[in-house]
Design a protein around this ligand. Structure first.
Ligand code: ZN
Ligand code: ZN
Length: 138
């Protein structure tokens, strides 16, 4: 497969980078990552449902950017959309191949959002972990 070009930097090529055990395409220059269809669900914290579907659902609020999809060779431009209806996380995705572009740090923001969604009683394990991490010997 040909090397992918960063949609933001343009003159920088993406390199393979392992994120939670999944190989994603990473730009060393701007720190953004390109996710092929299905990869967002693999690298975020586990949650029931399809996160990518959530992104695509909000397309009515989306804006076409000037950034070219790194994968599609037909000049498809990425679309900027809200990660979720009520969130202010904005991601970019390609309507053609369903790939998603995340800017540096956006994965962390998304994971925090997922964790907030999961703040329900059954996340006792998480609470124990938080408790342990506050102990002085840690
Ligand atoms: Zn870049
Ligand atoms: Zn594409």
């Amino acid at each position: 497969m040909a090397d992918l070009r960063c949609p933001i930097c343009v003159d920088s090529m993406l390199t393979k980078h392992s994120e939670n055990g999944t190989d994603v395409d990473f730009c060393e220059k701007c720190g953004g990552i390109w996710l092929d269809k299905g990869e967002l669900n693999k690298i975020t914290h586990p949650i029931a449902g399809d996160l990518e579907f959530c992104c695509h659902e909000n397309h009515q609020k989306s804006i076409i950017t000037e950034h070219l999809c790194p994968l599609c060779t037909n000049g498809t431009k990425l679309v900027e959309a809200y990660f979720m209806e009520y969130s202010d996380i904005r991601i970019e995705y390609c309507k053609c191949c369903d790939g998603i572009w995340l800017e540096k740090g956006e994965l962390d923001v998304i994971n925090r959002e997922i964790d907030a969604l999961k703040e329900v009683p059954e996340s006792l394990d998480h609470k124990i972990m938080v408790f342990l991490s506050k102990l002085p010997f840690n």
